[in-house]
Design a protein around this ligand. Structure first.
Ligand code: PLP
Length: 437
């Protein structure tokens, strides 16, 4: 991640990153028709608030890109796995890309169709495989030859057939795309280009397996088109090779990874990106295949904010700190990846702010920061919105420092639905057991 935090805007940008559904109206920050100040009054802070319209709008961009195709959009739910969010995408016809047995249970609890579930991840356990087979998932995206052998054994023992795709590692040129990290040689994901054909031949020979597809996923927060084109060419080379060896490939799954606007980032629009990629696919004669993608961040990231209250201002000789009630347990991306989230006041700023603050949380770690050197006109008790917080925030949150997870609200027009109650302290230790006295 290369989101360096040095060029903070003096005023909150007139147009906030990412979505028209989160904007100032009459000087007050709104998510669709709901004023964030009123939601924070009603539900306290820290509070995640999502726009349903923004999620569906992001989905529609992909749908336009794939119009007229046999295509399935499998939401990569690790980006935000809250049940109501899954419910929304399930109702919109999406499948799901899962990476654990726990995620499968969430899909089922949210009413998702198991036949549209694909199971990714390098470390699937036998128990997870068995549960997924019993649930009747659409496809296992197998990441290694060893996994293939185990899946064959588990499926045979269960008297079932596992539909499989093999995740190939397209080894997209690191010289040109240095920040893309899951599709390169030397990382833990997928099977190398060189081993792909042999792995398919092994899959075709094993009992309990049915080869149905091929998949790749080259990285995350990708803001350019070239890596997708490169990966597509590499994958299509393999499809030709595998089919020439007599193994039909029914679907091609191009993974996820499309970036969003955190800080003036300009990723291609999903529809424009896919119309260009599909033109290439057609040119290579594979446009009629069942196509799949696994977008996560780009469906939800810009659709959410985290509202937080300023607890204390702490002026210093070198730095001023703005201590807020959200922390790295709620918003882990800055601590984990030095990632940038825009931070804006709920009341639109009318003039440039005089002071710059490091915005930090209450957790006892120096890594607990949310934004650095942000120009803000703030006082204790004011509330701020951390933007682009719909992806990889709540789903990565923890109870560190015995902080209960935040509440979540999903806004639909003027209606606000509480979709997750705030965790009480007792919830955080409900599964713990005292020693006998
Ligand atoms: C995380 C992940 C995705 C989604 O990535 P985004 O960058 O959120 O779009 C898709 N596929 C796989 C296999 C993943 O691990």
């Amino acid at each position: 991640m290369n989101d360096s935090d040095n060029q903070a805007p003096v005023l909150p940008p007139a147009v906030l990153p990412g979505t028209p559904h989160i904007a100032y109206r009459g000087g007050e920050l709104h998510v669709e028709g709901a004023a964030l100040a009123a939601l924070a009054d009603a539900h306290a802070t820290p509070l995640f608030v999502y726009s349903k319209a923004a999620m569906l709008q992001a989905l529609d961009a992909y749908r336009r890109g794939f119009a007229g195709r046999h295509a399935t959009i499998c939401y990569a739910m690790k980006a935000n796995s809250s049940l109501a969010v899954l419910q929304l995408f399930a109702a919109a016809g999406c499948g799901f890309d899962i990476v654990s047995g726990g995620e499968l249970e969430r899909v089922l609890a949210a009413g998702g169709d198991p036949a549209k579930v694909i199971f990714s991840g390098v470390g699937k356990t036998r128990a997870e495989m068995r549960r997924a087979l019993d649930a009747g998932i659409g496809c296992f995206n197998v990441e290694s030859e060893a996994e293939l052998e185990v899946l064959s054994a588990v499926a045979s023992e269960a008297g079932r057939t596992a539909r499989v795709s093999i995740r190939v590692n397209p080894d997209v040129d690191p010289q040109t795309h240095p920040y893309i990290s899951t599709g390169l040689k030397g990382n833990k994901f997928g099977v190398s280009h060189e081993r792909a054909l042999a792995t398919y031949q092994r899959a075709a020979s094993l009992p309990g397996l049915q080869v149905v597809g091929i998949d790749c996923h080259i990285g995350s927060q990708i803001t350019q088109e070239a890596p997708y084109l490169d990966a597509m060419e590499r994958v299509l080379d393999l499809v030709s090779e595998i089919e020439a060896a007599g193994i039909p490939i029914d679907h091609i799954d191009f993974g996820g990874g499309l970036g969003i606007d955190y800080n003036g980032d300009t990723p291609p629009a999903a529809d424009a990106l896919w119309s260009r990629l599909l033109a290439r696919l057609d040119a290579r004669g594979h446009g009629g295949k069942h196509l799949m993608i696994e977008p996560g961040r780009s469906l939800v990231g810009n659709a959410g904010v985290c509202v937080t209250e300023v607890l204390y201002l702490k002026p210093g000789e070198q730095k001023n700190f703005c201590i807020v009630d959200a922390a790295m347990n709620d918003l882990p991306r800055p601590a984990m990846y030095q990632a940038f989230h825009a931070i804006v006041p709920l009341q639109e700023a009318k003039q440039p702010a005089a002071e710059a603050y490091d915005v930090v949380g209450p957790v006892c770690e120096s890594g607990d920061w949310i934004g650095r050197a942000r120009r803000l006109d703030v006082a204790a008790g004011d509330r701020l919105a951390v933007l682009s917080a719909g992806a990889y925030c709540m789903s990565m949150s923890s109870n560190y420092n015995t902080r209960g997870r935040a509440a979540e609200v999903l806004v639909d027009g003027a209606q606000a639905h509480l979709i997750r109650r705030r965790e009480a302290a007792a919830d955080t230790f409900a599964h713990e057991v005292l020693l006998p006295s």
